[in-house]
Design a protein around this ligand. Structure first.
Ligand SMILES: [Fe+2]
Length: 383
């Protein structure tokens, strides 16, 4: 690795096949406080250059073995920043242009004024020093940006953790109000993440879905405990009260800026694909994709969970029920993704010897008859 100009002695490589010129230049450079090495042609100069560090090269053009232009090209290939001053006793415009194109810093004509040569050398060294200072400044800036970015990443990570902790506290409050649905939000989150990833979600969008899934039932904080914990089927009036929870959830989240992107998921997670859901009776793709995903995950977990007034469904019955709701309650595309995945390990009470796979049957022709429990227009586990 080559030393920077300000880190090393100002050492000049003088290249000329005319020993007299080399001697004149070297004596003057000694007086100016430089150290130097002389070479008699380009090849010898290149050998020195490869072994030692120099701040600048001053080279004749016409030399035996390797001329000054060839040397210039070789040197620039090794060190683009090396300052090379060319000199010639045969001034030709084409030669000067070729040297400047090849990266020469200056071009002086022999016999030259030594003061002029020293001036050119000093200017060349200043240029290189300035370039190195700029490079060092850029490196410093890059390091500074990296450090700041790392600090921001840390702050963002802490903020995310803090937000997740806030969500967990809120979800914990729902679990405390309704112990029968304990763990529901977390299981819905797991299922939504899997469906989301299969749907092409990633980064912030996936994280947004994660928060939405955890918070989807946050509005239940505003539902009366006696209704949430009721041991018998709900009356129509009680069911209407339960149906208020998406809008209550919206009001809760409206006060928290960080969760503004989850509001639409909370609001629409009980919409139905056929337009028969609530609160806005949106249909099909009008329902935000995240809400359609949460709807499938929510229903699966509700149906495979035990409630005070009913027992849980078997996986087979749950899949039959969900298939029956294809295009009615559920977006067919999301349902397909869901049915292709194995979510059996995400049921509330896993049974070790139960085979977790789709039962082998024809889903489209073997639906059970609607049950009396459906009297509120929604499968019993969906509340
Ligand atoms: Fe809900």
């Amino acid at each position: 690795m080559r030393h920077k100009v300000n880190e090393m002695e100002k050492r000049i490589l003088i290249v000329d096949d005319d020993e007299k010129i080399g001697s004149i230049v070297s004596r003057r450079l000694t007086l100016e406080g430089f150290s130097w090495v002389t070479a008699r042609n380009g090849r010898e100069a290149l050998q020195y250059f490869q072994k030692e560090n120099f701040s600048l090269i001053i080279s004749d053009i016409k030399m035996p073995e390797m001329n000054g232009l060839e040397l210039l090209k070789e040197v620039k290939a090794l060190d683009q920043k090396m300052v090379v001053v060319m000199m010639t006793a045969y001034p030709e415009i084409d030669l000067a242009v070729a040297a400047m194109h090849a990266g020469a810093y200056d071009f002086i004509i022999k016999p030259f004024d030594l003061d002029l040569a020293v001036f050119s050398i000093r200017k060349g060294l200043e240029k290189r020093k300035l370039e190195e200072e700029i490079e060092s400044y850029h490196l410093h800036l890059e390091k500074l940006v990296e450090e700041k970015t790392e600090r921001l990443r840390g702050a963002l990570s802490a903020l995310r953790k803090s937000n997740l902790d806030t969500v967990k506290v809120l979800v914990g409050a729902i679990d405390a109000k309704d112990p029968h649905t304990r763990g529901h939000a977390d299981r819905v989150r797991e299922i939504c993440l899997k469906i989301g990833m299969k749907s092409g979600f990633n980064g912030e969008k996936l994280e947004g879905l994660e928060y939405g899934a955890l918070l989807h039932d946050i509005g239940k904080l505003g539902i009366k405990d006696k209704i949430l914990q009721k041991q018998t089927p709900l009356t129509p009036e009680e069911y209407r009260h339960i149906q208020e929870h998406p809008l209550i959830g919206v009001r809760i989240l409206e006060g928290i800026d960080f969760f503004r992107n989850q509001i639409f998921m909370v609001r629409h997670h009980h919409e139905r694909f056929d337009g028969g859901g609530y609160p806005d009776q949106l249909a099909g793709k009008e329902i935000p994709l995240e809400a359609r995903i949460i709807s499938v995950a929510d229903a699966f977990d509700a149906m495979t969970s035990t409630r005070p007034h009913r027992s849980k469904r078997t996986l087979e019955d749950t899949f039959i029920e969900m298939e029956k709701e294809r295009g009615k309650h559920f977006d067919p595309d999301i349902l397909d993704i869901f049915l292709r995945e194995n979510f059996c390990d995400l049921t509330p009470e896993s049974v070790p010897d139960k085979k977790c796979s789709m039962p082998e049957r024809n889903w489209k022709t073997s639906f059970p008859q609607p049950q009396a429990e459906w009297s509120y227009g929604c499968p019993p586990g969906f509340k």
